[in-house]
Design a protein around this ligand. Structure first.
Ligand code: G1P
Length: 298
């Protein structure tokens, strides 16, 4: 694919991580939800790995009180590394936590006014560049031999430019928990976005294609967010701001060729843990035998 000269590269990503994680209490009383591990990597690490695979360099965390463990995780742990070196333990396990100096930035969202507000809090760091957004609750896993969700989106962006969101189909009874698109023409994995609505009633939903937590947006969205009133749930919604950009800039949805686990729910978290364990060569056989035993099949 050619990188169209007029499409500025995506080098920055915003990770809204200020949420209180009330659904996972008491586990999240003293630990950010994003630090809960799926096997041996905290949830946030999967999103950061996906970002780096897509060529993103600068990570912007929109944090809040009690979230410092996330920043610590991506810092260098001097004592730990020295001790590990002394004991001749390999340090490559820490490689994914290393960020180029200066490439991790945090801003605070002081008051939880909604996703749109969280993104707007990053406006000075994003500046006048297109940028990516990752909602870390949505765990996007590439199929074997394929690339991650954001990399697929960046490839599509290099073709069409403008704004892109990842979408997937859900059963109709689930649409009211999500942002939903009104789809236009499709070509391969790309679908034109004609409209967007946040958490519609089932009967009002324009489709069953939902926004699945990955975005590439043009910086103009920040100016729209500046004046964005409250929407669904009394919150400043990113979806409402994006909806206003349709017709002014290209807007496409990308259907991710891969799997998505909703780690915002407890069962989704268990599903992600099992699915990833069953794929890992170091664990798969043991976990499969264990699952059979638990299900009374072996
Ligand atoms: C947010 C977005 C929604 C999107 C969802 C994906 O909703 O507002 O459009 O479909 O994430 O997880 P939230 O889950 O924060 O209510």
């Amino acid at each position: 694919m050619t990188n169209h000269a007029s499409h500025k590269p995506i080098k920055k990503a915003v990770f809204p991580v200020a949420g209180l994680g009330t659904r996972f209490l008491p586990a999240t009383k003293a630990i950010p939800k994003e630090m809960l591990p799926v096997i041996d990597r905290p949830l946030i690490q999967y999103a950061v790995d996906e970002a780096r695979e897509a060529g993103i360099e600068q990570l912007i965390f929109v944090t809040g009180r009690g979230k410092t463990a996330i920043v610590e995780h991506f810092d260098m742990a001097f004592e730990l590394e020295t001790t590990m070196k002394d004991r001749e333990k390999a340090l490559d396990v820490l490689e994914p936590t290393r960020i180029q100096p200066g490439n991790l930035v945090t801003v605070r969202q002081q008051v939880p006014l909604g996703l749109g507000h969280a993104i707007w809090c990053a406006r000075a760091i994003v500046g006048d560049e297109p940028f990516a957004i990752f909602l870390p609750d949505e765990l996007m896993i590439a199929n074997k031999g394929s690339t991650g969700c954001m990399k697929q989106m960046v490839e599509a962006y290099n073709e069409v430019g403008g704004n892109l969101i990842s979408v997937l189909e859900v059963p109709e009874e689930e649409v009211s928990s999500y942002g939903v698109i009104a789809p236009g023409a499709s070509q391969g994995a790309l679908t034109e976005v004609k409209g967007l609505v946040e958490k519609p009633r089932r009967e009002d939903a324009p489709s069953n294609l939902i926004i699945s937590g990955r975005y590439i947006l043009q910086p103009e969205v920040m100016r729209v967010l500046e004046n964005q009133g409250k929407g669904a749930g009394g919150e400043v919604q990113l979806t409402d701001a994006m909806a206003q950009m349709i017709g002014h800039q290209p807007f496409h949805a990308v259907t991710f060729a891969g799997r998505r686990y909703d780690c915002g729910s407890k069962t989704g978290f268990v599903e992600a843990t099992l699915a990833i364990a069953l794929e890992r060569e170091d664990m798969a056989d043991e976990v499969r035998a264990m699952a059979r035993r638990l299900l009374g099949e072996g």
